[in-house]
Each structure stands twice: as C-alpha cells, then as structure tokens.
Design a protein around this ligand. Structure first.
Ligand code: ADP
Length: 271
C-alpha cells in the first residue's frame, strides 16, 4: 500500500519573517511552551491565522516546521514511517513525525481530530516527559531533542460526541485559543496581505462582522479572515465590491440560496 500522507517541511529560518499580527499574548505563551518543552494545541475556527502563527513562530524560534494534514485514513505508519520496496531492496522511509523528531523541528498535526484514534495514540509518548517515538517496525526508539515540539490544531466548532479528542489526548497539551481578529487588527491584516486601501478593508471586515453574528442562525461557521483576503484580491483585480463579497465571502460559506440572498442584502446595505 502506498503512503497516503500529505506533509511538507517548511524552513522559515532563512526566509523573510512571515507577517503575523499578534492579537493577544500568544507569542509569549508559545515561547514559554517551547522553552518548557510543552506540547501545544491551537484551537479555533478555520482560516483565522493558526498556520500563519506557526510559520511566524518557527521563524522566530529558528526551527523547521513539519506540517501534516490529518485525515481519517491516516495510519501510524503514515506518520512514523514504513519499509518500502525500492528495486529489489526494502528500505525504511521516515514519515513526517520521525523526520520532525530527527530534525528537532516543530511538528504540526493540522486537524488532528480527523485522524483515527489508534493513530493519535502514537503521539502520546512524545507528549509526556519520555519525549520519545518508538519505530516499532524498525525496532528502534527515537529520542526527541529539546527543540522538537508537537503542535496540533483543533476546531471545537466541528466536534460531535462521536468525533472528539479523548480527554487522555486533550490533557497532554496547553491550549491557545484563536478566533477571528478584532476589527482593527483584521483590517490591518487584510490591508497588509493584499495592499487594498484602509477604507475598503474596513468595509469587508464590517460585512464579515455582520455575517459572523449569524453563526448558529443558519451559518455553521463565521466567514474566515482568509476569505476576506480573497475578496480583497478580487477587488484589486477590478471585481466590483459587491460581486467580490458574494463570490469570496458568501457563496463559499453556505449552499443555502435563501441565506445567500439575505447575506447579500445585509452586505449591500453596508456598502
Ligand atoms: P488557519 O491555519 O487558522 O486555518 P491561516 O493561518 O491559514 O488559518 O490564516 C488564513 C490567512 O489569514 C493567512 O494566510 C493570513 O493571510 C491571514 N491571517 C489571519 N490571522 C492573521 C494574523 N494574526 N496575522 C497575519 N495574518 C493573518
């Protein structure tokens, strides 16, 4: 069976510092966790800055960042590694977790709750004071260097009783809570990311604020900062503001045409 794991190593040490606008004490808290070798959980809705924050922290702490997109078919072997046939030889190939441990990197398991329960268990020995990763198939145990750090993201909004992290997993992490940035911050972010003027950036944020107030009243989740940025990109390319809002901020978040229509009306009164 082929590997079905999607992962990448980002090396932000040499790169220009990624732009991240802190919203609270998250930078200091993360630094303290890194110094204290504590695992971290980033909680919050999609598209609100969790990945960008980690890219920024990886640069700040001068560590590589190994990112794994978790999904329900993810196996322990996908994370840890496996023997593969190469020609007529079998060779061991490290998975993202073993790679991150060896490199002393930050390992980011994005949407960890999507992974199977028996897969998640493999991170347990890395999250307590043992800080080790057993490569069972290889009969080897990797010891994590001080710079290795495990980070998971988790969106509490999506969880159901059937699909949630076990307390025995949750209680292995400190948790940093993320949400959509306050209006002033979000306006600055949209401006910085896209170069759009302050007035139109503020308008997009205002429309988003009204849409987010409708969460649980027809909308499953508020419109993300990422989508505001997409709307600004369209506007910069000459798309009319209302059209950009419909295309980037309304249609992606709901399939319900009645709700789409009322959101469009709300947006139009604000423009
Ligand atoms: P998540 O990982 O939470 O799904 P991302 O980190 O990919 O979301 O955020 C989506 C986009 O929003 C980023 O690419 C970035 O442009 C922007 N963004 C959100 N919050 C911030 C912030 N505090 N500082 C800078 N950019 C931000």
């Amino acid at each position: 069976m082929g590997a079905v794991v999607e992962w990448k190593i980002g090396d932000y040490r040499q790169a220009e510092e990624p732009f991240y606008l802190p919203v609270g004490p998250e930078v200091q808290l993360f630094e303290a966790a890194a110094a204290g070798r504590l695992p971290v959980m980033l909680k919050g809705p999609t598209g609100c800055g969790k990945t960008r924050f980690l890219e920024y922290m990886a640069h700040r702490l001068r560590r590589p960042l190994v990112t794994v997109a978790c999904h329900e078919d993810l196996t322990t072997a996908d994370l840890v590694g496996r023997y593969l046939l190469k020609g007529d030889e079998t060779v061991w190939v490290d998975g993202p977790l073993a790679t991150a441990v060896k490199k002393g990197a930050i390992c980011y398991l994005d949407e960890v709750v999507e992974a199977r329960k028996d897969t998640i268990v493999v991170i347990h020995p890395l999250t307590d004071d043992r800080r080790m990763l057993p490569l069972e198939k290889k009969g080897e145990v990797l010891e994590a260097p001080d710079s290795f750090m495990l980070v998971v993201s988790y969106n509490p909004g999506y969880q159901t009783i059937l699909k949630d992290l076990k307390q025995s997993t949750k209680q292995r992490f400190i948790a940093l809570e993320f949400d959509f940035p306050p209006a002033g911050h979000e306006t600055a972010i949209v401006q910085k990311e896209t170069g759009i003027d302050a007035e139109r950036a503020a308008k997009l944020v205002q429309v988003a604020g009204r849409m987010r107030a409708l969460k649980n009243r027809g909308l499953e989740e508020g419109v993300s900062t990422r989508l505001l940025i997409y709307a600004a990109v369209l506007i910069n390319r000459g798309v009319d503001m209302q059209e950009a809002i419909i295309t980037a901020m309304i249609k992606p978040v709901t399939d319900d045409q009645v709700i789409q229509k009322s959101l469009t009306e709300i947006a139009t009164t604000l423009l």
